[in-house]
Design a protein around this ligand. Sequence first.
Ligand SMILES: CSCCC(=O)C(=O)COP(=O)(O)O
Ligand SMILES: [Zn+2]
Length: 209
Amino acid sequence: MKTLDLEARWQELADVKDALGARYWFPGTSGNLSIKVSDDPLEFLVTASGKDKYQRTDEDFLLVDRNNQPVEQTGLKPSAETLLHQKVYELTDAGCSLHVHTVSNNVISELYAEKGEITFHQQELIKAFNLWEEDAVLRVPIIENPAHIPDLADLLAERIEENVFGVLIRNHGITVWGRNAFEAKKHLEAFEFLFETHLALRLHTQGGR
Ligand SMILES: CSCCC(=O)C(=O)COP(=O)(O)O
Ligand SMILES: [Zn+2]
């Protein structure tokens, strides 16, 4: 892995972090982000655990390997949810994975938890997921939120399949991915737009029920 690649990926992820931070999508130090630096062996930059993600510092990210262990000696701790990012890289062609907690994704995750998914169709913004046909459907699986992270990561892995670009975690947040940082951010913005629109529409047409 070249130092130049690492530096470029670091800046890319830091810029995404700033953009999501500007939307206040990291309440209470929640959220974690990662970007792939090397495929073989798998190495990715991931946010350090428990940090104020609205700040931009030289200690925001650390490089971890396929076992979620820091590649170099560091006092930083990888995100508690690093294993979820590793599963995404293992099971998809993703180059970047983003996890945020928002009010909208939490409310949707609870409202549709029993169904195990929420679907969107006839919504212009599903084109952000490269779904262009008039009858195309975007499916967002919803999983439970066990405290034991390996169990959570297994639930996530079970729901990853073709044309799934993100998974909601009940009363927790969403994990989203894309082939690169641009696409992952695009997907996350589109999901949040769809969730907010859906909730607003429910409020107006069904009084929130
Ligand atoms: C205070 S948020 C609880 C942990 C969490 O869900 C999260 O997204 C942040 O954890 P991290 O270890 O990545 O800071
Ligand atoms: Zn989280």
